[in-house]
Design a protein around this ligand. Sequence first.
Ligand code: ZN
Length: 257
Amino acid sequence: MMGRSDMCLVGKLHTRRPFNFDAMKSIMLSVWQPTKGMQVRVIGDNLFVFVFGHVMDRRRVLLNGSWMLDKHLLMLGEMDPNVQPSNIRLVSVQFWVHVCNLPLILMNKEVGQRVGNSIGKFIDMDFEDGGIAWSRTMRIRVVIDVWKPLWQGMKLSLSSADPLWVDFKYECLPIFCHFCGMLGHSDRKCDAKLSSADGTPVDVLQYGAWLRMDTFKAKGTRRNVSIDKSVGVRPSVGQGTQMQMVSEPVHRGEGTQ
Ligand SMILES: [Zn+2]
C-alpha cells in the first residue's frame, strides 16, 4: 500500500534516455540510506513515488538535493494524492549558485535575494551574522525551473556606477545542453539545434563547462564563445554605491523551445 503523502516524494529522472529502474532504486537507497527503509513505486512513464519509512528521511532527502543519477537530474516533489499521475509535472529543483565577479560590498543578503529571485526563487545563502557574505564568490541557494534554460549570468545596474556583469556557476550541475542551455539532454540530442538546420551555424555553443562550479579549471572559458556583448560589461564599481538592480539575464534558449 502507498504510504501517507507526507511520507512520500514524487520523482522523475530528467532524461529522455531509457534507464534501469531497479538500478536507480538500489543506488538511491545506498545514497540516501533511509533509517526506516524506503519503497519505490512506478506510477507513470519515468515517474515514481519514493515511500519513506520515516518522515525525517524524506525531509533530509528533500532538503539536501539536488540529486543526480549518472549525471542526470533526479527531480523530486511533494506528492499531492488528489492529482492524477499523468498531471504531475515536476518543474523545480534547488541549486547552489555562485555569483562571480561581485565586489565585496555587494556580497550581502539583499543582493543575494535579488539575484536569486531574478533567476528563480531565493532560498538561502552563505553569510555571517552581520549579513556579510565575503568570499571568492557569493553562494546562494535558488529554486530554478528545470524547463527553462540556465542563466549564464546577469547584468546588475548600480545607480552610481556603470552596469556590472556577474557570471553564475552551479554546483553539482547535471547534464545540460551546451547549445540551448536546457537541463536533461546534451547538444547532440538537442531538438533546437537540429531544427535550426537552416543554414545557421549550429556549432556555436552558447553554454559550456564554465557553468559548473566543480569544474572551475575546465578547459576553455566563456570568452571563447559568443556572448551578447551589450550586456557583458565589466566596469569597476565605485565605493559605497547605492544599489539598484535591473535584471537582464542571458537566456539563450528563451523563446526557441
Ligand atoms: Zn538543447
